[in-house]
Write a new protein. Structure first.
Length: 302
């Protein structure tokens, strides 16, 4: 079965069923990773070498298992579809973003703050309407890259083992990749590996956003604003996405009680509930474009 059809099958499963409700493999993996971290980083005293060892134990055996299963006759293709389905989160992203936009449009700021708190790590209790919309829009653009497009990219490059290795690495970055006393050393490997794995996908996503929106403005924002962002991959994605939408993102945000003065991204008016929905539309259009390229490419190479 062609790569394009396998990818389409996984995206269709996500659209129909969303994330597994009762048992998600990433939840089980997260519990395992938490136990590894307690073993290799007791009291935050682990070194970089401990973080590397923990990453290897967490990611490589499962990636090897995915490769072995994908080689099985008759059902190897199904392993790939299931692996990609478990890795992408397009419907989940929409299920988190829509209630924020709904609450803002209904004038329920407290509910909007509560809902956006499920999407971002910044403090949300004192955000005004524009700040809530800005946080949700940023999350849609960035998580569209991490949780959707990067998974599609690594599946296209390396099949089931590629998408498993990427998704597990991305999960470890979310768990361990903090710059604080506990994870500064131990989480270094998880953060750097995730940066490497996301480097090319993030730039393809930035280009995708630009092509589907205000192209010249998006490319200009990417070139001028992304280098000032602290993340080498989130910067291009969010700058291009904000420019494509014609909205102002970035700016000050409070994380764990500390105010961070982040660079401004994009050009245009302050974010609103409408921009949350427009960001989701941009992600969905990008997925359709990628699927079309994969299917057409497979047909031309057949």
């Amino acid at each position: 079965m062609s790569l394009g059809l396998l990818t389409l099958g996984a995206v269709a499963l996500d659209a129909l069923f969303g994330e597994p409700r009762r048992w998600h493999p990433l939840v089980a993996f997260g519990n395992f990773a938490h136990r590894l971290e307690r073993r290799f980083n007791p009291g935050g005293r682990g070194w970089r070498s401990h973080g590397v060892s923990a990453w290897v134990l967490a990611v490589l055996p499962l990636s090897l298992l995915a490769w072995l299963l994908s080689q099985l006759p008759y059902i190897g293709w199904l392993v790939g579809v299931v692996a990609l389905y478990a890795a992408i989160g397009l419907r989940s992203l929409n299920e988190h973003a829509e209630p924020v936009a709904d609450a803002l449009e209904a004038g329920d700021l407290d509910e909007a703050r509560r809902r956006v708190g499920y999407m971002v790590s910044r403090e949300t209790r004192e955000l005004d309407e524009s700040a809530v919309a800005r946080a949700a829009t940023e999350s849609v653009l960035e998580n569209g890259s991490d949780a959707v497009f990067a998974a599609l990219f690594w599946f296209a490059v390396a099949g089931a083992p590629g998408v498993v290795l990427y998704r597990l690495s991305n999960t470890l970055d979310a768990m361990w990749g903090y710059r604080n006393a506990r994870f500064e050393r131990f989480g270094w490997a998880a953060a750097r590996i995730d940066d490497v794995l996301n480097y090319l996908p993030a730039r393809l996503v930035a280009l995708t956003y630009a092509l589907l929106g205000r192209t010249r403005q998006a490319l200009r924002c990417w070139r001028r604003q992304a280098p000032r962002w602290d993340s080498p991959n989130a910067g291009p994605v969010m700058a291009a996405g904000a420019g494509a939408l014609g909205v102002a993102l970035g700016g000050a945000a409070v994380y764990h009680g500390e105010r961070h003065e982040r660079p401004l991204l994009g050009e245009g008016p302050e974010a609103s509930a409408r921009d949350i929905r427009r960001a989701m539309d941009l992600v969905r259009q990008g997925v359709v474009l990628w699927l079309a390229i994969l299917i057409l490419g497979g047909w031309l190479l057949a």
